[in-house]
Design a protein around this ligand. Structure first.
Ligand code: 5GP
Length: 187
């Protein structure tokens, strides 16, 4: 793709402002802190898109916590993608056996990635396993996922910003938006 220097200018519509995101992250942190009071959490974030959300959410949680990072990628090609096959590019650094684990995701679309991840992490025998996603696009869901914490439910649009990319660019925008159509056609 052609990367422009005017990242914010490439966005046609802002879906979530920086202020909306920060206010919601604070609410999620407070809710998680209340629900899990008295426990030590392990946050497992899924690179790379969840990075800003993880950084903000962990500081909004008032509990002792550990963090770990995984990176996964879907196998290329429509057929294999729809089978939910996921490749682990980076695995957990430490055991989560007996831990109270919270998966921190950027966005749930078809749900295939998270479905794989949940099954994989359950196999590691955590004491509990919960899911927190910043964004949920239920319109395209192919597998049912029990989400414990959702930041925002959004329509079926391809969004960028606050960690989310198009061609690896736009992750550093502080808001979430939809790119102008001409950005895609230039790619
Ligand atoms: P799923 O397996 O739920 O279909 O896809 C989840 C992954 O697809 C996300 O972690 C993200 O990498 C990518 N994805 C899904 N929807 C969007 C979107 O609207 N924008 C961006 N940038 N990535 C998306």
């Amino acid at each position: 793709m052609v990367a422009t220097t005017d990242l914010a200018g490439d966005v046609g519509e802002i879906l979530l402002t920086e202020e909306q995101i920060q206010a919601r992250v604070a609410e999620l942190g407070a809710q998680i802190s209340a629900d899990m009071a008295g426990r030590t959490l392990t946050l497992v974030s899924v690179l790379k898109g969840s990075l800003p959300f993880m950084a903000d959410l962990m500081r909004a949680i008032r509990l002792p916590l550990r963090i770990d990072l995984m990176e996964v990628s879907s196998y290329g090609g429509a057929t294999t993608e729809s089978s939910g096959l996921v490749r682990i590019l980076k695995d957990l650094s430490s055991s989560i056996e007996g831990e109270d684990v919270l998966i921190v995701e950027d966005i749930i679309d078809t749900g295939l990635t998270l479905n794989y991840l949940v099954r994989y992490l359950r196999g590691k025998k955590p004491a509990s396993l919960r899911i927190c996603t910043l964004l949920d696009k239920p319109a395209r869901r192919l597998v049912e996922i029990d989400v414990d914490y959702t930041g925002f439910t959004i329509p079926d649009q391809f969004v960028v910003g606050y960690g989310l990319d198009y061609g690896e660019i736009y992750r550093n925008l502080r808001f979430v938006g939809v790119l102008k159509p001409e950005v895609y056609s230039a790619g």
